[in-house]
Design a protein around this ligand. Structure first.
Ligand code: PRX
Length: 641
């Protein structure tokens, strides 16, 4: 039974009772402005806002706390110094468990941030400039983000696993003239050549920058461009560095994410609304108490690392662990070693990690103590009930509630979840809306679906953490999120709402696939494939994958005269890796003489998806195909998993 209730233990019912949730939720909608003005008091403001929401979905113009002035770095650090300057802000756990761990108190992290902020000023960064951060998961990564926020620069963090090509595209798109990186990183004992990648990226057209600040981390050899490259240590200094006064709607960061068409979009978040949303969601969802040790395993290159590593925990004055490595190095018990080492009480990770560890059996978990854990969370993709139960029963020893949090880069923070204490859990369901969030389901024509139903997941109203635009392309923002169902924000996800009002996310309904919790545009992978001279055409779809959630299945037709072989298959995979990065590596390449197309030449992806899923009985109507025979040939050539 997948939707049986799992009750939260009574001892955890201290944070928000079911009644408190219902009351607060109702008021958050009925008295929206007052609710959000009250919640804004979670932050210190230079000028408190007089009004909360000021938004419209038609035309699309989203503003929150318009006349407020604040600085988020002040809120994350400076304001804590008097009361909790000596409290731990970050426990840094390096990739190699034998290497030296580092702990930074709020005072120490503040000092680090000021030093980096001064270095940024020294290389010429000014308010409003874009700064690309391409870093391993080390304290300087978070500190660099906060340093940008401190001086009013807009950070654009690019995941350290992205290729030079992908990095170059992101630098060029937002015309970033500054990069912060490290000499190298380490993941699972393997070096990641970050500085080399930056060097390679900066050779690409459109990606020239003025200055690169380099953090000495692994001590590896690096090439140096005099006049452009600077060691952070040579530019950093302890001079006073006041926080820049920012308007609530001043941009805070850009984060690139994949969509169903074109190149990745630079999703833009602004200062006041995002800050309130990150602070509030962290507080309620993770039920945080002063003594908690929080650990979110996400990289700062993703939105989860923005909201629940860099901003949420620090805005709340919480202590957290940041981890450079991977779950299975040196062995499959590493997560739980780290939990025991720091006494982690709240643990937040992705279903793909849970599934990968589940495959290693219970031993690596049960051989560790884990008694400090009291709350578990998941994010990034639907969690299958089997993995949910393993997480609950084995990792959490049946004691810890699980929050299955649904949200997106564009939502800035958690939108749908159960709240520990307030809601019982259903394995596989994200749960209910957070305060101020009004999810609705609509059918293909945009008709509102009431009660228990399945449809397209939209939001009927704005919330402070909502993205404001796509950097440099507002029309793309409008077209992507507000044109399919006018007057509503469309998430791109399908969802079933059950009779208890719980939301079960069914996955993307657009041409986006979710690989290990990472969003991948099929169009991006296709573009990378067709760059190869032998490829005439490519169509990429997702298929169910035991560990990754979805795998990448590529249908490829070759130009006349080319013959497929293993070497070509390897070359095509390498091509995608170098264009995007290892996370986009195709799982399966299916060479086919033709793709199923309508008479007007449109590729019928629905059929390709079914073939990739081995679901031949429900191929649907194939009569509109220009050549129905193509389907039989595709089935005959189906690649085995
Ligand atoms: O399909 C949903 C899935 O991840 C997408 C958002 O991806 P991204 O912007 O990269 O952000 C991931 C981290 C917030 C969504 O459209 N998704 C995210 N969380 C869940 C989920 N699907 C099901 N259950 C979740 N808890």
């Amino acid at each position: 039974m997948t939707d049986s209730l799992v009750r939260a233990p009574e001892t955890d019912r201290t944070h928000a009772t079911p009644e408190q949730y219902a009351e607060r939720y109702a008021r958050s909608l009925s008295d929206n402005d007052a609710f959000w003005l009250e919640e804004a008091r979670r932050l210190d403001w230079v000028t408190a806002p007089s009004k909360a929401g000021n938004w419209s979905y038609d035309p699309v113009d989203i503003r929150w706390y318009d006349d407020g002035v604040l600085n988020l770095c002040h809120n994350a650090l400076d304001r804590h110094l008097d009361a909790r300057g000596e409290k731990v802000a970050l426990h840094f756990e390096p990739d190699d468990p034998e290497s030296e761990a580092r702990t930074l108190t709020y005072r120490e992290l503040h000092r680090e941030v000021v030093r980096i902020a001064n270095a940024l000023k020294a290389i010429g960064v000014k308010k409003g400039d874009r700064v690309t951060i391409y870093m391993p998961m080390i304290p300087e990564g978070t500190a660099a983000m906060l340093a940008c926020a401190r001086i009013g620069a807009i950070h654009s963090v690019v995941f350290g696993g992205f290729s030079p090509e992908a990095l170059a595209g992101r630098i060029a798109d937002c015309e970033s003239r500054f990069v912060i990186t490290a000499d190298g990183g380490l993941r699972g004992g393997k070096p990641v050549p970050l500085k080399d990648n930056v060097d390679a990226a900066l050779e690409r057209p459109g990606a020239g920058v003025e200055a690169v600040l380099v953090v000495r981390h692994t001590g590896c050899e690096v090439n140096w461009t005099e006049g452009r490259d600077f060691w952070l240590a040579d530019k950093a200094n302890d001079a006073d560095c006041p926080c820049e006064e920012m308007k609530a709607e001043d941009p805070l960061f850009i984060l690139y994410t994949s969509g169903s068409t074109g190149k990745p979009k630079g999703v833009l978040h602004t200062t006041g609304g995002y800050g309130v949303w990150a602070a509030l969601t962290f507080h309620y969802v993770f039920d945080v108490r002063p003594e908690d040790i929080f650990w979110c395993t996400a990289d700062i290159g993703w939105i989860t690392g923005h909201s629940y590593v860099a901003y949420g925990p620090l805005l709340n004055g919480a202590s957290q662990v940041i981890f450079e490595g991977v779950p299975n190095y040196p062995d499959a018990g590493r997560f739980w070693d780290v939990v025991d080492k720091y006494g982690v009480s709240i643990f937040y990770t992705a279903p793909t990690a849970i599934r990968a560890l589940m495959r290693e059996g219970d031993g690596p978990v049960t051989s560790r103590d884990r008694s400090s854990l009291r709350l578990l969370g998941t994010v990034g993709e639907p969690i299958n009930p089997e993995a949910w139960r393993w997480y609950h029963e084995v990792v959490g020893s049946g004691r810890c509630p699980i929050v299955d949090t649904w949200w997106q880069t564009e939502t800035g923070g958690i939108m749908i979840t159960t709240l520990p204490g307030a809601h019982d859990m259903k394995p596989g369901a994200a749960g209910k809306a957070l305060f101020g969030v009004e999810p609705v389901l609509v059918d293909g024509e945009g008709k509102l679906l009431e009660g228990a139903a399945e449809g397209n997941l939209c939001m009927a109203r704005s919330w402070p953490g909502q993205a404001r635009t796509v950097y440099g392309d507002h029309q793309r923002f409008v077209d992507t999120y507000f044109s399919t169902f006018p007057g509503r924000y469309f998430s791109g996800d399908g969802c079933r709402r059950d009779e208890d009002g719980y939301h079960w996310i069914t996955g993307r309904v657009d041409d986006v696939i979710n690989v290990s919790g990472h969003r991948m545009g099929t169009a991006e992978v296709e573009s990378a494939l067709v760059l190869h001279p032998t490829v005439a055409e490519a169509a990429v779809v997702g298929y169910p994958h035991d560990i990754k959630g979805q795998g990448i299945y590529c249908f490829v037709t070759l130009v006349a005269g080319e013959e497929p072989d293993d070497a070509l298959e390897r070359e095509l995979k390498a091509q995608v890796r170098s264009e995007i990065g290892p996370i986009a590596t195709p799982d399966l390449i299916h060479f086919t003489p033709a793709l199923p197309k309508t008479r007007s030449g449109k590729i019928m992806r629905r059929i390709l998806r079914k073939i990739a899923e081995n679901d031949y009985d429900s191929l649907g109507d194939t009569s509109t195909l220009a050549d129905p025979g193509v389907v039989d040939a595709l089935i005959a050539g189906r690649r085995n998993r």
